[in-house]
Design a binder for this molecule. Structure first.
Ligand code: G4P
Length: 552
């Protein structure tokens, strides 16, 4: 029964007129799911992700929410809450889920930390969305962090929509930017609108599909957008509107695009083979409307997810979801751990009884929350595509599957291989218990991995992380949340290789004399921490029969 509903799943929001008078529960469920759009924004820091988020909320009418995002942005500098790290470095470490309605659709925007040292966290967030938005600064184009995050989207096969921001400032030529996206990211970029001028001459955008000009006017009390229908770029109305030089440029560029550019292909976008591009200025709230309309039109609804029993489709019978993020102490008022669960299929209800396959037990789901910035609100129900926060008394770990009425397990979320290592010691031995507890909690959140040297006299944790900043975060959190001051001693190691063999075979391993430390991870598995590629190659060459893995 359920599979049929999903097969006929509508891509667009159902309109009032097509609604049957009394929908059956299944139809109502399918309708709720079909109107979900779950996405994340990726960008290099400072390209305008926070500003665009705020303006998307403004457009959707969630104005108070937009205020809260702003507060969050200001808190980066002002508040004494949460991680002092964030303020000290002006980075956003935490992330949240914003839900807003627009044009009958329900958008879930999953925030991602911007700093590259948190790319592992971002990676996991990207496993929980159905599409991504890439924000570029028009003056800077494709920046290093954009490349990294884009690669993650590509690996996931996520459709990516592009917003070129800061058109109110002098920037690079739009054609040059499109070319850069194609060259650097290897993804054909197809503009859906085109800027009229740039910087001080920025006049608006030309909708290439609808032959419509959206004029950007600077008026006494700010700016306003004035739509104007035109019959094409030769329309006389354009000549009256634009200075001669701008109009000549526009005509030339549109001709060039028609001759050399690719046509927009929605299927190619959905399959991650083409990125539609919108231009605008988030700060001036210009071009955000067309962009949001584009997102509503193009972004895919909740997608199926692979499992050990084949793909799980959103509207099939039974509830399922997976935990993609665990975060403790998000708020001083709620000093608990929160597990973020993406609903993959069906309906989530507070208090429902579920299976937890990893623990092999049934449990009643704790109260669920919608997470908005650092604020939370209880929620009674959620649908495939939504994300709920579950208060987590140690039951949920990253990658856990939760189900009801369907027997599936989703694949584990892979770790990024750690590249930085350091010994961690509490300054005072009295704090040993709190130190252990804090470290275990932070490891469960997946931000770092913990190793122990095999032959060491003392069992002292060695942290492994993707980015060095993670060490600062661990130290800062242990101090703030668990009252434990620590010292970090960097180690020269650069990689980890898990030795996947029975104990007898492990005893036969030929180790190089130098450049490798034999360690165990916190589950007791043997790991070689290597200082160089040479050491890793030695292990591989001298032990050809051994299976060595760079991450588990
Ligand atoms: P991020 O989340 O990607 O890191 O970027 P964020 O939105 O915080 O924007 C980074 C800076 O760029 C901010 O300025 C923001 O005001 C500015 N900005 C964003 N969009 C536009 C735009 O369309 N035009 C112009 N001119 N600037 C834009 P800031 O001075 O660093 O911070 P703030 O003091 O304004 O908060």
């Amino acid at each position: 029964m359920a599979d049929e509903t999903t097969e006929t799943r509508s891509e667009a929001a159902p309109s009032e007129t097509t609604r049957p008078p009394a929908a059956s529960p299944d139809t109502a469920l399918a309708r709720e799911i079909a109107r979900r759009r779950t996405f994340a924004i990726i960008s290099h820091p400072d390209a305008g992700k926070t500003t665009l988020t705020e303006k998307l909320l403004l457009y959707s009418g969630a104005i108070e929410l937009a205020g809260a995002v702003k507060r969050k942005a200001q808190q980066r500098h002002a508040s004494s809450d949460w991680l002092e790290m964030e303020q000290a470095r002006g980075i956003s470490v935490t992330s949240s889920v914003l839900q807003f309605d627009h044009q009958g659709l329900c958008f879930n925007l999953l925030d991602t930390p911007g700093h590259q040292d948190f790319s592992e966290d971002t990676y996991r967030v990207l496993t929980a969305v159905d599409s991504a938005v890439m924000v570029l600064d028009a003056a800077k184009g494709v920046e290093p962090q954009t490349v990294k995050l884009f690669e993650v989207c590509r690996r996931q096969g996520l459709p990516v929509l592009t917003f070129v921001n800061k058109l109110d400032l002098a920037g690079r030529e739009p054609l040059d930017l499109l070319d850069e996206i194609e060259r650097v990211l290897g993804m054909p970029a197809v503009p859906l609108n085109w800027p009229l001028g740039m910087g001080s001459t920025f006049q608006g955008v030309y909708d290439l599909r609808a032959d419509r000009v959206l004029r950007f006017e600077r008026v006494a009390r700010g700016e306003r957008e004035t739509p104007m229908e035109v019959s094409g770029i030769d329309d006389e109305k354009l000549a009256r509107l634009l200075p001669e030089r701008l109009l000549a440029e526009l005509r030339e560029e549109v001709e060039l695009l028609a001759a050399a550019g690719q046509d927009f292909d929605p299927a190619a976008y959905r399959e991650g083979r083409q990125t539609p591009v919108f231009f605008g200025s988030a700060l001036n709230n210009f071009g955000v409307g067309p962009f949001l309309a584009g997102l509503a039109e193009l972004a895919p609804p909740p997608q199926p997810r692979p499992s050990d029993h084949g793909p799980v489709t959103p509207a099939q019978s039974g509830f399922s979801g997976f935990v993609f993020k665990v975060q403790a102490n998000m708020d001083r008022q709620h000093r608990d751990s929160m597990a973020f669960l993406r609903v993959v299929s069906g309906r989530f209800e507070t208090g429902m009884s579920v299976d937890h396959p990893r623990l092999g037990r049934k449990l009643r789901l704790p109260r669920a929350h919608r997470i908005f910035a650092r604020e939370r609100e209880s929620t009674e129900e959620a649908f495939a595509g939504d994300v709920v926060g579950l208060v987590n008394p140690g039951l949920f770990a990253i990658g856990d599957t939760v189900t009801a009425g369907v027997d599936v397990r989703f694949p584990p979320l892979p770790h990024f291989p750690p590249e930085h290592f350091a010994r961690l010691r509490p300054v005072s031995v009295d704090k040993h218990k709190a130190f252990q507890k804090g470290l275990r909690q932070i490891e469960e959140e997946g931000a770092i991995q913990v190793f122990y040297e095999v032959a060491a006299a003392r069992r002292e944790p060695i942290l492994g992380a993707v980015g060095e900043l993670q060490f600062d975060v661990v130290q800062s959190r242990l101090e703030q949340e668990y009252g434990v001051a620590t010292q970090v001693h960097r180690l020269p190691h650069r990689g980890a290789l898990w030795v996947l063999a029975p104990a007898a075979a492990q005893a036969q391993v030929q180790w190089p004399m130098r450049g490798v430390m034999q360690a165990q991870d916190s589950e007791g598995r043997l790991v070689a921490l290597t200082e160089s590629e040479w050491a890793a190659d030695f292990l591989r060459e001298k032990n050809p029969e051994l299976e060595l893995a760079t991450s588990l």
